[in-house]
Each structure stands twice: as C-alpha cells, then as structure tokens.
Design a protein around this ligand. Structure first.
Ligand code: LLP
Length: 425
C-alpha cells in the first residue's frame, strides 16, 4: 500500500473521517457496529503497485497470488480476480471461495503443511497451477492421489532457506526450527525423488520466510539461496518453470518506516534479473491491510484509578491481533467535532471476559459514550481471524466503492450461531 493510496481512500473531510466518498458515521448508522469497512480503491491501488513494480519482467509477466488467508471475503477475492490476480490458498475451503468468487483455478497455488487427501483431490479436479509441497509424506500422498485420479499433480517444493526474517516469532517461518517447508539441504535429493514419481510434474520452487517484513534483505537473501538451488537442479536436467518467493511485505501500523512495494521488491527483482522462470509472489497483508478498518462504538466509559477504560462494542473476537501478538492498531475518532470532552488516557477494551481483550493500551482520546471509533489497518488478518467467542455474532463487512456502500457480509444472527448444534435426545 502506498501512502498516497491510503490517504486518498481514508481522509478526514472537516471533522468527519471518510472512506472514499462515504462518511463513516453513515456506515455506522446504516449497518451498525462493529463493522469492517474496506475501500475498493485502496485494494485496487495496492494491487496495481505490485503490477507496476513487476512490469519490467519483460516477456514473463509475474503472477501475483493474493494470500487468501489475509481476508477471504468473496467480494475482496472478486476485486482481485477481476484485476487478474492469482491466489495462494491453504485449504479446500479457500479454494472453494476462490472458485465462488470467479477466480481462475489455473492461477492458484496451494500452500500448507497439512493438506488432506480430500483437499488434494479437490485441487486436482479444479486444475490448480501448483501444489507447494512441504514434506516428504505430502509428496508421496500427493503422488498416490494423483495416480488414483489418473492425473499429474504440478508441484513445487517449499524450501526452508534458514533465513531469519526478523519479525514477530509467531509469524516468522523461514528458520530451520519452523514447521514449514523442507530443509534447504534436503531439497536437491527431494527434487530428484519428485521428478521420478509418476503422479507428479515438477513445476517450480517456493519459499516464504515470514510476515510483516519491513526490510527486504532477508527475502533477497532467501531468493539468492533459492536461485542457486534452481541452477543446481537445471544442471541435473530438472528445469523449473516458476520461482515463488512467497509473501510477507509489511505495512505501516504506527510509525514504522515502510518501503514502497517497488523499493521492497527491487532487491528480489535484482536476484531474478535475466532469469527465464516466471516469478510468483504471495502477498496478503500488503494488499488488504491498509485498505480496511474496524468501525466500533464506545459503549461506556469507566473512569477511575489507576486506569480509565473505554469499553467499545468490538472485541478480541472481532480483531484478535492485539490480544494475540500485542499488535498496535491506530484508534481514531470518526468525528472530531462537537463539544469537546477532556482527553484522557484510555485502555480501549472489548466486552469479553478476559483481561487480554483489549484493542489498544494507553490511548489519549476525548470520548463520550456512543462515539464511533475507527480501528485502522484492520483489513488483513482481522475478519479472517474473528471468532464467536462469548457467543458474539461476527461483525458485518462493507465495501466502499466511490460513493456507494455494499454490504459484503451481513452481521451474523444469534440463531445462526447455534443452528448446527443439537440438544441431547
Ligand atoms: N504465503 C504463505 C505460505 C503464508 O503462510 C503467508 C502468511 C502468506 C503467503 C502471506 O503473508 P503476508 O503477505 O500476509 O505477510 N495472522 C498474522 C499473520 C500470519 C501470516 C501467515 N502466513 C498477523 O495477523 O499478523
């Protein structure tokens, strides 16, 4: 996401925060809170920033495979499918979503350490571009499943380059100790084995070292190791069609120095210069993170010593990142006008019965009950990680497109929450 896309899609006009042409209080009024709000223009310009940065891979257009896990709403997938994106999926469920949204299965890569036989069959039947295989047992099972179906499964090995991505340990995946991928030293013999298995066609190679990366150096280091391996394979007659360098580019949540997409990709593209293989990327957060916010309302204020609490109607079930990673999301008032109440330092918390249910610590805000608030940079891993904890229906989702509001997911109802449960006989 470029700074300009963010500022044009989310702007304050007078005292009122707008998403594109729509004032946020209108969204809160019409659809209620909590509610995720996305900007189609911000999604589009984030995607176009990747396209522009990759444009001079002449002759071999790169394929941007949006990592569905970041935000899997059908309308979001639809926006990217219409822009020509491919998709990185990690489950049969995500594949079904991509197909339902009109995505091209021929542009789908399937990552994940625990693909089931049923998911393998489903993906083979759909005709996906490639399986990113993460272990020896998976290689063998996929071979067997493909033979059963009379097909050839296109494969890459996800190689773990043993590079430190220098990010939060929960979202760092490229070290030897991680559960992901096959060890770098094991890759050559495994490719030989894959090439010899009758149900598999070796297509490419894949790596993904972690998420919210602000420095491209570790990704470039990984890419260098990967192309070395590709050359060693070619010398043995195993020729790869594509190199998938994963996702991981970070976004600005607070005051981090964030490179532009072009700056982040430059060292990776330098490694890929003059290479014939197609380049694949799997960005998630950097396509959707700053294209969405979580709209909530102040339910009540609890002033006291030693802390003031602003209890809002969104909670950790709606946005788990603060509770899970101690992640920082900017929290702003939707309307800055009106009679000013004195600013205080608040713990912004949800109604859930856990001390970890917070959305922001020590935020200086002037608040009154009923005020709408926007929790920013919530487009990635927000709704996608939401739950029904405390039997809270999941939030609505709205896509803004110019001056139009589209309800892209209606708020869940209480009846839906236990519709699939039963009483004892
Ligand atoms: N490819 C693979 C194989 C992945 O595992 C991931 C993310 C991506 C691509 C996309 O990475 P991105 O471009 O979004 O960084 N829930 C955490 C993030 C988990 C990332 C998991 N894998 C969070 O909220 O920060």
């Amino acid at each position: 996401m470029t700074a300009s896309a963010t500022t044009t899609a989310f702007s304050r006009r007078g005292s009122i925060l707008h998403v594109e042409e729509v004032p946020l209080p209108e969204v809160a009024e019409r659809f209620g809170t909590p509610c995720y709000v996305y900007s189609r223009a911000a999604l589009t310009s984030a995607y176009q920033a990747y396209q522009a940065a990759l444009a001079d891979r002449a002759g071999r257009p790169a394929l941007i495979c949006y990592a569905v896990k970041a935000n899997s709403n059908l309308a979001i997938l639809d926006v990217f499918a219409r822009l020509g994106a491919g998709f990185d999926i990690v489950s049969g469920g995500e594949l079904a979503r991509v197909l339902a949204a009109g995505g091209d299965p021929g542009k789908v890569v399937f990552s994940g350490v625990g693909k089931s036989r049923a998911e393998m069959r489903q993906a083979l039947a759909a005709g996906i571009l490639c399986f990113n295989v993460e272990s020896v047992p998976e290689l063998e099972t996929l071979n067997a499943v493909a033979i059963e179906l009379g097909r050839q499964a296109p494969v890459s090995l996800r190689v773990n380059p043993d590079v430190d991505a220098r990010t939060h340990p929960y979202i760092s995946t490229g070290l030897k100790s991680a559960k992901f991928g096959v060890p770098f030293e094991a890759a050559l013999p495994l490719y030989r084995r894959a090439a010899a298995l009758p149900g598999l066609t070796v297509r490419g190679i894949d790596c993904h070292i972690g998420s919210q990366l602000l420095d491209p150096a570790p990704a470039a280091e990984a890419a260098t190791k990967i192309v070395g391996l590709v050359d060693a394979l070619a010398a043995e007659g195993i020729v790869l069609h594509h190199i998938d360098l994963g996702g991981g580019m970070g976004i600005r949540y607070r005051d981090e120095t964030v490179p532009s997409v072009a700056e982040y990709l430059a060292p990776l593209l330098a490694v890929m210069r003059d290479r014939q293989e197609q380049l694949l990327l799997e960005p998630g957060r950097s396509l959707v993170g700053n294209a969405g916010l979580l709209l909530t309302r102040v339910a009540l204020l609890k002033h006291g010593e030693p802390k003031n609490f602003a209890v809002v109607d969104a909670a950790m079930n709606d946005l788990a990142r603060p509770a899970l990673y101690d992640a920082w999301h900017e929290i702003v008032k939707v309307s800055d006008g009106g009679t000013p109440t004195p600013a205080r330092v608040y713990e912004v918390v949800g109604p859930i019965c856990e001390s970890g249910d917070f959305l922001g610590h020590a935020r200086e805000l002037s608040l009154a009950p009923g005020d709408p608030l926007a929790i920013m940079s919530a487009g990635a891993y927000g709704m996608a990680m939401s739950s029904n904890y405390n039997t809270r229906p999941r939030a609505a989702e709205v896509m803004i497109d110019g001056d139009r509001m589209h309800l892209i997911r209606r708020r869940e109802t209480l009846a839906e929450l236990f519709a699939s449960e039963s009483l004892l006989p």
